[in-house]
Design a protein around this ligand. Sequence first.
Ligand code: FAD
Length: 451
Amino acid sequence: MAPTNPQQKPPFERILIVGAGPSGLLLALLLAQANIPSLVLESWSTLDTRLRATQYGVPATRIFRRAGLLPDFRAASIPKFPAICWRRVADGEKLIEIDMSVVEDEEDRMTVLQLGIIIQIMYRHCMERFGAEGTEGKGLIEVRFENRVVGTGQGGDKAWVDVEVGEEKRKERIEADYVVGCDGASSAVRRSLFGKEWPGKTWDCRFIVQNVFYDGFEKHGWDGGNYMIDKDHWGLIAKRGHGGLWRVTYGDPEVGLTDEEYLARRPWHMKAMLPGHPDPGEYRIEQTNLYNIHNRCVPSFKVGRILLAADAAHCCNPMGGYGCMSACLDVGGLADCLIGYHTGQASEEILQTYADVRREIFLKYIDARSVKNLERVSLTDPWTVLETDKFFGIIQELNKDESKGKLKEFLLKISSIEYDFTKHYDKVPAKADGETNGHVNGALKPTTVTV
Ligand SMILES: Cc1cc2nc3c(=O)[nH]c(=O)nc-3n(C[C@H](O)[C@H](O)[C@H](O)COP(=O)(O)OP(=O)(O)OC[C@H]3O[C@@H](n4cnc5c(N)ncnc54)[C@H](O)[C@@H]3O)c2cc1C
């Protein structure tokens, strides 16, 4: 998209993005598609392939499609993800199910793929399409590894980051028109703006995540995603990859143990949660990561020329897959705001609109729903939850429709967590075919509960 008046100099040259995680790389891609250059600084020497996200709801898929990533994501993913269900751990009983096969032919259906693979594909797109030797725009994206941001500042018409480069921690200051902190939950950019202030809570548990191979899943007829309801053994067990790869995640309610002590308790959790109640010799664990989990949000997503997005601004517990999905929606929205400003279709104020709207959506919908999701699996009575839980009531109603039309509509409709910032452009360029450029109109009105 060219500036409205080609004589006019764009109001900024390049965006500095801190963090080469999903939000940082996706933002760089979306900006490059609009001819806006960015520099991405990553503290590690490689991409982060720890076990974290694996599923991204329809709203995130729509952004992946806009960024041209979807065909590669689908090719790397398992071909079918038939259902999501909720089970009682005590007897393994399936309480309720959402039939995901109703959307299996829809381009925008949920994406299922390990985050480690997602970011490797994102990085390849950044380099092959927009890197120095790229096909679509030479050098629009530069990614520098081993560049740890340790501070930020701003003054006049510039912002800057202070960086430690390489193993020798050589000090460097890099200036830009705008800095966007996409540097995750322990964000140095956020800390440079707000210190330790990050209102919210850390949950009283340790969250243990592992890739597991176990033939008992198939033998016992398990497939798709299985939310497990129990006070001691809550979590999500889901088919995630080729060759029988499953992801088993659970929260251990014990507090204050060492990681070794948590892992010593793992056979107890696995025996209770997995079908067939196996002993350690009956399954193989390939990789494990342990986390503390939080629901937190920063006081503001923008301070002058420094903006925050995704986990750097807010984070939520993983139940329901809201974290990376909202990260994608943040950077999809921010990209639209920066593009509108860069092309002269919006004033700088649109960046404040980004900050205000995405924060409001996080607090009003994403935070609240992710808390509900965690409480549903960890606090409710598994013997009565089917009758008492409002969300289960909605699913039960939808499942009464034998044509499955209502369920399909429910799964694909525009969610209240999506928001089209192009409606704040002063002038939206008309498209001959009347399409909306893949954007979603008028969020904050319709509601979808994303599972
Ligand atoms: C166990 C688990 C399961 C999850 N499951 C899901 C799921 O199924 N679906 C979902 O939507 N979400 C899920 N999430 C959440 C999701 O993983 C995060 O929301 C997402 O990774 C956030 O992306 P990000 O780019 O904001 O941050 P990150 O992924 O944390 O990336 C930040 C990047 O910034 C770099 N960085 C950090 N500090 C600096 C610095 N000072 N200087 C330079 N670079 C820096 C880091 O090295 C990293 O590469 C899960 C999370 C966990 C822990």
